[in-house]
Design a protein. Sequence first.
Length: 346
Amino acid sequence: MTRIVHIAAPMPGHGAHSGYARLSKAMSARVIGPPEPLRRLLDALPSALPRRFLDPPDSGWYWNSSFLAAELAGLAVKAVKPGIIHVLYGENSFRWLGFGPQKRPGALVASLHQPESIFFKAMPRPGLLRRADALIILAPCQGDFLKKLCPQTRIFLVPHGVDTDFFRPLEKPAPEKPFTALVVGSWLRDEQLLNGLMQKCSRMGVPIRFRILADALVTKNLAKGSNVEILNRVTDLELLRLYQNASCLLLPLKDAVASNALLEGMACGLPVAATDVGGVSSYTNPSCALLAPAKNADRMAQILEFLAQNPQACSDMGRQARLQALSLSWSAIAQKTRSVYCSIIQ
């Protein structure tokens, strides 16, 4: 059996049950993270030094010593033993793995997470991806710009997964409560849209409570009010309870490929109100999600009003959301990923 090695540094903000690194557990893959001595060494160097010699210039905010340490450790493994080396976060840790000998039978795989609006800022030398045997994209919206970088035969669509055992609906329906729109996450969230939406709902007299879990950079500019609750950090169990006790998941987005919050909310049986950007429509369907055009607070307010006034529709959409999430369980995604491995090592 071909050995499978995953390269993954910890991602800030991901709980134990969240994030793409859950794929490794589902596949029983060996995981190589950043060796602590190497990470400390990189941190001790003047930042310009590793950026100049060990990372492409102008990689900006995506550069991180943990990502680089994990990649360098993976490069050492790649040079010694054959196997499939899969970089779980390609934008973070596919700078140097393409160099050096590739032991056979083996292959280099990179999963890519960012939309076009972010990708070329995160990966200023995208031509390096030509050294990969396979690129895994998480939504069709990535295919158009990536096929300009490498042959389409090396691009494989495998969606993001979700832990449907942990993220699940309450066994018994929750008691009547104020309609609560839950907003989770910070990456590519549209704070301006969210502010406008909250103001419109207030003027319309729609009785909605907004519960917002995001980092301080997102929440500091949000309007405050008696119907707005802001949280900055919670435990895994508290996050689960937030999903389970919400009435709907609200995702005001600037752009997106895959979204942990989207999949986790759906797995917990929440109907979705989201901005129709990037890969959102490829993870949802009209039976479980109502989508609004980008920056359209009026349409989003109408969606929330409809959901708040139609509890049966919410219940029906929530059941469909759970079914959609089950099709994206990590066991299902692991099987699709194995198929990619098989196709490139035959």
